[in-house]
Design a protein around this ligand. Sequence first.
Ligand code: APR
Length: 179
Amino acid sequence: MKIHLQQGDITKLKVDALVNAANNTLLGGGGVDGAIHQAAGPELLSACKEIIDKIGSCATGEAVITKGFQLDARYVIHTVGPIWHGGDKREPNLLASCYWKSLELAAYKELSSIAFPNISTGIYQFPKELAAEVSIDTVSEWIKAEPDTSLKEIYFICYDEENFQIYEEKLKERHLYDL
Ligand code: APR
């Protein structure tokens, strides 16, 4: 298993699955969600609408999977991060669930690579330091719990410099990343 840290636009990655920081409607939005829908083309929205017709809405902390359409990524895993309300509304647990359920879906599809954006740290205003701790710790726990997984490469994709520096520091502290 390799953990990678990169700064840039997640839509450019050629991996088996990109994770999207979506909302409960799965109908697109701004931020990384808007960028992924724009790059994947209109078929992505149609696929999301089909899912919503079946399930009504995607609950916070849950994840669903579609094809990647015009992306280089084969699949998009749409997960709904929590909106930050101060920290006493189970926000860290819900954020951890986003990472865990996305990894479960990728493993269920027997994928070998997955790329995560910094879920909830934009429009949803989750504090970046805490979000990085939750995501790195959840991914580490999942790897330990699933030693025989098909997943071989996990990418943390930071769009902004601040998140990149936070991740670099935390991955180094945990000996998960060598520069
Ligand atoms: N590639 C990688 N990361 C990106 C990109 C991109 N192209 N664009 C933005 N980001 C980063 C942001 O810098 C932020 O760190 O993604 C992180 C998550 O930010 P948002 O996209 O704002 O997502 P989030 O905070 O989870 O809010 C979700 O925003 O777009 C809407 O529909 C979405 O309502 C939902 C809400």
